[in-house]
Design a protein around this ligand. Structure first.
Ligand code: PLP
Length: 372
């Protein structure tokens, strides 16, 4: 598989080839993983059938799921006090499941709202109980993360919910909060992109379809002591305890199988420290291209910029439309900003090759020379 040449082409990029994919999710997966899955698709490891066609109680599947769990724990340095769950319903289900389990009827939870996904999370929590905005950057269109010392925290809150990377708005926490109450984070769009200091967290959740695998599975890391604080009784499938205890029902076998492969790829590459160095370098290249000119304008305060989702504007919406179209022509896919905010968004997830970033930066330069 080859990526189309990024020099100015006279013909549109050949879409029968793998192109550079800047999609925010579902997103690019490591090519090595796709090829391995392709080779194993009809027959998985001497079981006479594909992984999708065998029992989720079989020894072969058991090993896949356990390996995925082991690798996630290894990559993040999680101790035995952490459960790794593979759930369904997307990160959106977690917006509901977290308060359902942890927000008591007579209690409150604090939410730090730094973008579209955090806004959705608190909306769901309010359906369950009393959820307060402890801090928000909505008034400045989520262009920054309110510093921790400004948060209006309730010392009796059941938890504090944050979104450590806001996929739509392009901001990212530069620290892992550690507070007097457990922190819950939606880490969907930054999971395994950097080392995490998990000390302050009670629960971390991430939809797989950005850094981890295909859509269809959501990874939930929950600390035993936090889990013990959950309400009872709960609907069986929505009780984290059910899944921490045993494999209750049929899991999303194929997405978990892919997550295992992606984690193995990452581990072989040197783990989260190694990918973090690469991710920082990739993001810096694009931010330098933005900052080096008045033609491009970043949408987020430089100290809170995301390494995963780089958001920026051009001088007009007409130029943005042209930029996206010409980029596609060159084989640079999915650079359109989220429909709620417009502009340009380049998602630079773990599996996006650095050469894709170089091609984007070259294109930005050429585009500005032509239209700037
Ligand atoms: C940070 C974040 N949270 C939640 C979601 C929603 O995920 P899902 O579509 O898996 O429910 C997304 C999706 O893009 C996201 O980026």
């Amino acid at each position: 598989m080859q990526v189309a040449d990024s020099d100015t082409p006279t013909t549109p990029a050949d879409r029968t080839q793998r192109l550079y994919n800047f999609s925010a999710g579902p997103a690019v997966l490591p090519e090595q993983v796709l090829l391995e899955a392709r080779d194993e698709l009809p027959v998985y490891d001497h079981v006479g059938a594909s992984i999708m066609e065998i029992s989720h109680r079989s020894a072969a599947y058991d090993e896949v799921e356990e390996s995925a769990r082991r690798l996630i724990k290894k990559l993040l340095g999680l101790g035995d006090d952490w459960h790794v769950l593979f759930l369904q319903g997307g990160a959106s289900m977690q917006f509901h499941q977290v308060p359902l389990n942890f927000l008591p009827e007579d209690g409150t939870a604090d939410y730090v709202v730094t973008g579209r996904w955090g806004s959705k999370a608190i909306k769901e929590a309010k359906l369950i109980g009393s959820a307060r905005v402890a801090a928000s950057s909505e008034a400045d269109h989520f262009a920054h993360i309110p510093p921790e010392h400004t948060w209006d925290l309730d010392p009796d809150a059941a938890y504090v919910h944050v979104t450590t990377n806001e996929t739509v708005n392009g901001n990212q926490f530069s620290w892992d909060p550690s507070l007097d109450v457990p922190v819950v984070t939606d880490a969907s769009s930054e999971f395994l992109s950097r080392p995490m200091d998990v000390e302050g967290y009670g629960l971390i959740y991430a939809g797989a379809q950005k850094n981890l695998g295909p859509a269809g599975v959501t990874v939930v890391l929950v600390r035993e002591s936090f889990l013990e604080a959950r309400k009872q009784p709960l609907p069986t499938m929505l009780d984290y305890g059910t899944h921490a205890e045993r494999r209750f029902n049929t899991p999303p076998v194929f997405p978990i199988y892919m997550v295992e492969k992606v984690c193995r790829w990452l581990d072989e590459l040197g783990g989260v420290e190694a990918i973090h160095t690469i991710n920082q370098r990739k993001a810096k290249k694009v931010y330098n291209a933005i900052d080096g000119t008045d033609f491009y304008r970043g949408t987020v305060d430089p100290k809170d910029r995301s390494t995963m989702n780089v958001t920026f504007r051009l001088p007009s919406e007409e130029l943005e439309t042209k930029f996206i179209k010409e980029a596609e022509h060159r084989g640079l896919l999915s650079l359109k900003g989220h429909r709620s905010v417009g502009g340009i968004r380049a998602s630079l997830y773990n599996a996006l090759p650095e050469a894709a970033v170089d091609a984007l930066v070259d294109f930005m330069d050429a585009f500005e020379r032509q239209y700037g």
